[in-house]
Design a protein around this ligand. Structure first.
Ligand SMILES: [Zn+2]
Length: 493
């Protein structure tokens, strides 16, 4: 294994709060689990960023020659509206509101999720298990935790006993939360709950009569708690101790803290060696939220059909934009930032495409390609630092453009290394596609771009009848041109 091993890969581990040298449990192989979506609504852009971060990580491991088993689940039951084990099941609620079967909700939004991820050129995970497909495993884990005295039954529901667990283990090991603070800050039980303590969390919930998603168990007809499914599925496919567990920053507590507690209570091993968390996305400097309207759907970015953007952007431009930030940094999404990314992306693609037309000369190089290649790996080996990698790619772009202008030269062997390395990082690792690839959105952009150019030419020749005609005909089919100081853009009505 290992196409390139002269640098050591370091990963920031949430568990230790620092970067650590990555040592997989089995040489040459990696087990990685990432918490997938709860499929009760269209996937939002913040989730796309989280999954894209892990897609990039999965791609880089593949590129390095590791054999990766990447498990990303689908939550199709057990995720309640409220983290305190209260409220309706999110999927059951949607089914009730739309008067369809819960599994119709699951099917609809699983398909939507896959479509969006395909659009953004994600690699599929190795296994995509569902919570409802692993009820038996979850019941077995609950039995074992009950046997160890770390959970209790109350009115047909089973709760994890956090205080009891904390006597012999450390609850808060991942999130850094202190059990005393948790006790102090959690609101007093309202009398509706069967829990002994508010910190306790559900392993199994007895279903109310109206709750349609229910399974038989030794304790009641009910459904598993949300945290438990990830413990069941990760252990089943990756073992009691595996390499990497990832997810969005918001899952660190309580979800991942509870996963650690369940796993240790069950089999007494540290379940995960490296915990990785991807940061969130903001929109125009504010947290994205449906309730405030500060929200944008992935489809709206592609078609530009939103007042937040002046035009649509191709999936690769959006991907490039996201890769320009480190996965652990907050990334702010805005029209200006996307326009800037689009310029950079086109410049990068132009340089990569022109590599095939460059002629090598047997003279001294003006650029140390071997050193540059090593810098690219060093960036990625430093906790997947894609912004630094992209800066390195642009120093190569500058060199390529100098060669094209006859201001620099390159020899045959360096040209081969440069071409291969550029293609590997741009396409295989960052997962970008050339803008001229066969997707409808970029074709539309190119076609309208052509008409904008014809209109500019007409204006330059003072043929205002033609320039007005182009603009008016476009309006008729729902495309509005906008003249700005940086040129003309368009929006779709
Ligand atoms: Zn999870």
């Amino acid at each position: 294994m290992g196409k390139y091993t002269s640098n050591t890969l370091q990963i920031y581990n949430t568990l230790s709060g620092k970067k650590e040298v990555f040592n997989p449990i089995n040489k040459g192989a990696i087990g990685m689990y990432v918490c997938g979506p709860t499929v009760y609504s269209n996937v939002h852009l913040g989730n796309v960023r989280t999954f894209m971060s892990f897609d990039m990580i999965f791609r880089y491991f593949n590129h390095l020659g590791y054999k990766v088993r990447y498990v990303r689940n689908i939550t199709d039951a057990g995720h309640l509206e409220n983290d305190a084990d209260q409220g309706e099941d999110r999927i059951a609620k949607k089914a009730r509101l739309e008067q369809i079967e819960p599994m119709e909700v699951v099917q609809r939004y699983t398909v939507d999720f896959h479509n969006i991820l395909n659009t953004f050129n994600f690699l599929p995970p190795s296994i995509e298990p569902t919570a409802t497909g692993h009820i038996v495993e979850q019941i077995e884990i609950i039995k074992s935790i009950l046997d160890k005295g770390l959970a209790y039954e109350a009115n047909g529901s089973i709760y994890f006993d956090v205080l009891k667990y904390n006597e012999s283990h450390h609850y808060g090991i991942l999130s850094g939360r202190n059990i005393e603070d948790l006790i102090h800050n959690t609101r007093v039980l309202d009398g509706q709950s069967d829990k002994k303590n508010p910190q306790d969390f559900a392993l199994w919930k007895k279903a109310e009569p109206q709750h349609i998603m229910r399974w038989t168990s030794p304790w009641s007809d009910g459904f598993p708690g949300w945290h438990l499914e990830c413990t069941a599925m990760s252990t089943k496919y990756l073992g009691e101790n595996f390499d990497i567990h990832g997810g969005g920053m918001d899952l660190k507590f309580p979800h991942h803290e509870c996963e650690i507690a369940q796993a240790k209570a069950w089999h007494n091993h540290k379940p995960v060696n490296y915990w990785m968390h991807a940061n969130m996305l903001t929109l125009n400097g504010q947290k994205m939220a449906k309730s405030t309207g500060n929200n944008i759907l992935p489809a709206e970015i592609l078609n530009g059909n939103t007042d937040k953007l002046t035009k649509g952007f191709s999936p690769s431009v959006v991907r490039f934009f996201m890769m320009q930030a480190h996965y652990r940094s907050i990334l702010d999404f805005s029209n200006d930032a996307l326009l800037a990314s689009e310029k950079g992306f086109l410049k990068l693609m132009e340089a990569v495409t022109s590599l095939s037309k460059i002629e090598a000369t047997e003279v001294v190089n003006d650029f140390d390609v071997i050193k540059w290649k090593s810098n690219c790996y060093a960036a990625m080996n430093d906790d997947f630092n894609t912004p630094i990698l992209i800066a390195e790619l642009f120093s190569a772009v500058k060199y390529i453009n100098q060669i094209k202008d006859n201001k620099a030269s390159i020899n045959t062997s360096s040209l081969a290394v440069l071409t291969k390395t550029m293609q590997q990082f741009v396409f295989d690792v960052l997962g970008l596609k050339n803008a001229t690839s066969n997707d409808q959105n970029s074709k539309l952009g190119e076609t309208v771009g052509l008409l904008i150019k014809m209109r500019n030419d007409a204006r330059a020749q003072k043929d205002f009848a033609l320039s007005d005609q182009i603009r008016n005909e476009l309006i008729k089919i729902g495309i509005q041109l906008k003249d700005g100081k940086d040129g003309t853009t368009f929006i779709l009505d």
